[in-house]
Design a protein around this ligand. Sequence first.
Ligand SMILES: [Cu+2]
Length: 234
Amino acid sequence: DMAGMDHGSMSHGDMAGMDHSGMNHGDMAGMDHSGMNHGDMAGMDHSGMNHGDMTGMDHGNMNHGEAAALPADPFYAQGSGLIPQAYNDGRFLSYADLRAQKPLYEDREPTREIELRLTGNMERYIWSINGIKESDAEPIRLQYGERVRFKFINETMMTHPMHLHGMWSILDVGADQWNPVKHVISVAPGTTVYMETEVDAPGKWAFHCHLSYHAAAGMFRTVIVEGGPEGDDS
Ligand SMILES: [Cu+2]
């Protein structure tokens, strides 16, 4: 029983070649190794070590150095540090992987493009589109039957999940007729994302960031679809 032993002043000197095969360490609970000097341990041979079961280890804080091997993803800004990284040879899915199960509309050229810069200031809690909050903005007027291409440019440091009511948001992932058909388009910081809308629902619709505080602060537009079978142009 070696409980309570104090090795504080031991000098291990040159121990090369020592044979410890017959040592019995018994109960070593409570030993004080605080003063041990391990000197130069270069060249130690750990080849026979058995680490047993290491499942469940948490590597959350490991630093793997440069992430240079990451493929570019247009839905995350390069250098933003926001690109998800998968471990164990896995892969995170992104918008770039989405496809429509079946196309809802004929794939055709858009009739026009509307640019919507997502703008704001976190510290001052100002949220707007093209620098103008809803209460100061004109509605977006669309014509029934057109196909509008929206260009979102996120100039802020937050993701904005943009939601157009009443009509589909067809996210441009470069898959043409297989582009996914969505309700909400999340636009990551520093990215430019395109979506197209077949304007097939007459009337007045909300178009807003789905973070409700952003919508309430002014990251919101009224969309008016003019014309159409039940259109109300007033
Ligand atoms: Cu937002």
